[in-house]
Design a protein around this ligand. Structure first.
Ligand code: TXA
Ligand code: MG
Length: 343
């Protein structure tokens, strides 16, 4: 039996959060909103509670979770971090970024899949922060989707994937970013490595850390080093309907490629940049817009929503890509991983 609680993030009724926090204390599972995507949480210090997350999601036990905390002090409690480094990461807290650091003993092995490193994040969403505060324990949480499916960015998505599988669902409206947090590894020498691109772009990280490594796999173009980030070996973000990704180029080239692909299907939809709508209207092609060249944040926040919206409603989703810059790197990473074919 799942209890659904609705919360207005701008006018939070404390009793509702306290009820859900009590459930966390009792080793129950709670789905909650964050600024990136919805998370599926449980007491991160309880092996029994964390096991329920893996079961609800159908997630492999060798894929570690992110530990969500509500204050900077917690970084000292759960990881080994120097004050110098803490001062740097403080500038990004709270926010849509996760740090991989050496783990302390108190964090159960089930959270980190037996690794000696911990992924830790302080989310900026007021509901997430309050839930962790009232629970008085850190909350381990992956994205609240069934493993392999696109991450949930709207209440409909979590209800569809998680109703009946968890104890509580906190509905808190639409998320702000729509792609999962940036993950950086701070354990491999002096220079941070981006393991997963997200809302905090490399330029911002360079301001703080000076230098930053962006491996090829962060673009979603090559296979990652599975030892460093085990989760990446699993199929990701994939709808059942095939996704065909058209890499960013000038308008004429992109539209031409799209029109070639359209011929291969009976009832495809083209998901295009707003700037290109005229072309598809002219050719009488079924389309929807997914954002514009002018605003990549809008593209990011609509991405998983649109992948879910047309899943199994059409026989192909042909998507126009954007440039690998800013949050566009995160968008293209997810799209390349979700794609059945890239042209
Ligand atoms: O925005 C987000 O990060 C969302 C919200 C709910 O906070 N969470 C999220 O969690 O995306 P999840 O489990 O879907 O993705 C976490 C990724 C996985 O690919 C996992 O393998 C990786 O982080 N990860 C976790 N612990 C790690 C570690 N110690 N070293 C390297 N990668 C790790
Ligand atoms: Mg996930």
């Amino acid at each position: 039996e799942t209890k659904v609680i609705e919360v207005d993030p701008l006018k939070i009724e404390e009793e509702k959060i306290i009820e859900a926090a009590q459930a966390i204390k009792e080793d129950k599972t709670v789905v909650f909103p964050t600024e990136t995507v919805y998370g599926l949480g449980a007491n991160g210090l309880s092996e029994n509670a964390v096991r329920k997350i893996f079961e609800a999601k159908g997630r492999s036990y060798d894929n570690p979770l992110i530990l969500h905390v509500s204050n900077v002090r917690s970084f000292l409690e759960y990881t080994y971090i120097s004050y110098a480094l803490l001062e740097k990461i403080e500038r990004l807290l709270p926010g849509p970024i996760t740090f991989v650091l050496k783990k302390r003993e108190v964090v159960p092995d089930i959270v980190t899949a037996g690794k000696d490193t911990l992924a830790i994040r302080m989310p900026a969403h007021p509901v997430a922060l309050k839930l962790i505060e009232y629970a008085e324990v850190p909350i381990a949480a992956p994205s609240a989707n069934i493993s392999g499916k696109p991450s949930p960015t709207m209440s409909e998505h979590v209800l569809k994937d998680m109703f009946g599988k968890v104890d509580y669902i906190i509905i808190g409206g639409k998320v702000e970013f729509g792609v999962e947090s940036t993950i950086i590894d701070l354990t491999q020498g002096k220079i941070p490595i981006i393991l997963r691109p997200g809302p905090i772009p490399p330029e911002k990280l360079k301001e703080i850390f000076g230098d930053i490594i962006i491996p090829d796999f962060a673009y979603g173009k090559t296979e990652p080093d599975y030892i460093k980030s085990p989760g990446m070996k699993y199929r990701h973000y994939s709808p059942n309907t095939p996704v065909i990704l058209v890499e960013y180029d000038d308008a004429d080239t992109m539209v031409k490629k799209v029109l070639e692909e359209v011929k291969n299907y009976n009832s495809p939809i083209v998901l295009c940049l707003k700037e290109h709508v005229g072309y598809y209207k002219k050719h009488n092609i079924n389309f929807d817009t997914i954002g514009s060249e002018a605003n990549y944040y809008e593209f990011a926040v609509k991405l998983f929503e649109i992948l879910r919206k047309y899943d199994e409603k059409v026989d192909a989703m042909i998507i126009e890509g954007i440039e690998d810059k800013g949050i566009g790197i995160a968008v293209m990473n997810r799209l390349r991983k979700a794609s059945y074919k890239i042209v």
